[in-house]
Design a protein. Structure first.
Length: 379
């Protein structure tokens, strides 16, 4: 696993998972409420009236007026018209065509402007009364409170690419697969040579908003992948589960975050692994060890591991990784715990969550996922 550095943090140094989850749910609920208000006819009407009476006044000049004004400006540059205007008279008897046309257009423009002013005068009072009524309505008050809420600034600088909360029992919403990558080439699920388990779709269950990936002691037939012999049949003493994203996620600055719970156990790996489809670059968002959880880049991909051993693993924690083209930063409950330099330009990340048995003498175990979130960081 490369160079291992253990952080001796105290539990109190990390924000509480429940606090993080509650704050996010509150922000998300505000965003949903604001989006719903913006779609309502009442708020759409209010926004239009606000432009007229509560902020910048929108010009009521129509295209007819604009065209007349533009034509008059052109005629005003005519020598004959300029001479006529210099005389200071409006007597157009025996005047050239250009002068007559200019005066006719001027009269037409003045008439159009007069009619527009009369129409505006008739409707302005009604519109302003409507605006005043809307100002004190509960919907508008709620809208104004939310549209100026600083906590919603998050959505101006972040675009949520994936928000998976596992709300529907055993419904993976078309976003997830329950077998290893490239299973289609093996004719079904397969395991690695050093695994003591095979993957079964029945070992992944969604119930009451939790995705439970279970390692169970039971014999089953499957295959292992051998670089020399290819896919080889084998009997396994354990079955386990795997949850894999069907579609890779891509952004120049990306955050991948998961709320998870597991018990670190010797001989068992609980992990969420990221792999770039193009380069094969791998990143462990988290990987459990004998006593704790590690953050780093797997063997063969360079880098080092940082491990935490002080966490209360009886509770959920929020694991997050921020990735750019040149750097990876890991967070645990919103507090930075590690960072490394990488080269990952234009990467397309696949996500895989799993529980793996690396020994015969291990107990049953579970990896429980509360939610997964992928964010394109725009700034």
């Amino acid at each position: 696993m490369g160079f291992l550095f253990t952080l001796k943090y105290k539990l109190g140094m990390f924000p509480n998972y429940e606090k993080i989850s509650t704050e996010w749910n509150q922000i998300l609920e505000k965003k949903r409420t604001l989006d719903s208000l913006k779609d309502s006819d009442l708020i759409k009407e209010y926004i239009q009236l606000k432009k007229q009476f509560g902020g910048t006044v929108v010009s009521t000049q129509n295209s007819e007026t604009a065209n007349l004004e533009q034509e008059l400006k052109k005629l005003a540059k005519n020598k004959k018209v300029k001479k006529f205007l210099a005389l200071g008279t409006e007597n157009i008897d025996d005047q050239p065509f250009e002068v007559i046309h200019y005066m006719e257009l001027k009269a037409t423009l003045e008439n159009v402007q007069k009619q527009a002013a009369e129409q505006t005068s008739d409707t302005a009072g009604v519109d302003k009364n409507k605006y005043q009524q809307l100002l004190v309505s509960p919907e508008v008050k709620k809208y104004e409170t939310l549209v100026t809420d600083p906590t919603l600034d998050y959505f101006n600088s972040n675009n949520i690419l994936l928000e998976e909360s596992f709300e529907k029992n055993n419904d993976f919403n078309g976003s997830w697969a329950l077998d290893p990558q490239y299973s289609e080439f093996s004719g079904g699920s397969y395991s690695q040579q050093d695994d003591f388990h095979c993957y079964c779709t029945d070992n992944v269950k969604v119930l009451n908003g939790i995705c439970d990936i279970a390692l169970v002691k039971q014999q089953s037939q499957s295959k292992i992948w051998s670089p020399v012999m290819g896919f080889v049949p084998k009997t396994f003493d354990f079955t386990s589960g795997i949850l894999r994203s069907k579609n890779a996620v891509q952004a120049s600055k990306i955050s991948i975050e998961v709320a998870a719970q597991f018990k670190p156990t010797n001989g068992i790996v609980h992990a969420l692994v990221l792999k770039d489809k193009k380069s094969g670059q791998m990143i462990d968002l988290f990987r459990s060890g004998k006593k704790g959880v590690g953050f780093g880049i797997p063997d063969g991909n360079g880098g080092k591991y940082t491990s935490l051993t002080c966490l209360d693993f009886g509770k959920k924690h929020v694991y997050r990784v921020d990735i750019t083209s040149s750097q990876v930063v890991w967070y645990m409950n919103n507090q930075e715990v590690a960072r490394q330099n990488i080269s990952a330009s234009n990467a397309e990340w696949d996500m895989t969550a799993l529980v793996a048995a690396k020994s015969q003498n291990v107990p049953a175990s579970n990896l429980k996922l509360d939610w997964v979130r992928v964010v394109d960081r725009l700034v």
